[in-house]
Design a protein. Structure first.
Length: 106
């Protein structure tokens, strides 16, 4: 069982281009300007200027923004960031997140 689909996903500008939220022309812009736009759009949670790393936003239940809540499948699997590509593949179904967060205690 993998919980990677609820971890903060760190990405670089090339990942954002691959995902399709940044275009080729924007890569020459200051990354903090790109980050500001993506934060407004709810795609990026934060940006570390020193490392050049963006952290993708997560849903209210901490799932990755690109994880389908019902199917538990990655909606951008073919374009997923390097962080996800390099994560050890756990389980028989690539792109499927078996981890389901526990419901909040009452």
């Amino acid at each position: 069982m993998s919980s990677c689909c609820t971890l903060p996903v760190e990405v670089r500008i090339k990942d954002l281009i691959r995902i399709g939220v940044v275009d080729e022309f924007e890569k020459d812009e200051p990354p903090k300007n790109v980050a500001k736009r993506l934060q407004k759009e709810g795609i990026v949670e934060r940006f570390n200027q020193k490392s050049g790393i963006f952290t993708l936003a997560r849903m209210s239940n901490d799932d990755c923004l690109y994880l389908d809540r019902k199917s538990r499948l990655c909606t951008i699997y073919d374009k997923r960031p390097d962080t996800c590509r390099n994560h050890p593949k756990v389980g028989p179904r690539p792109g499927y997140c078996a981890y389901k967060p526990k419901p909040p205690a009452r």
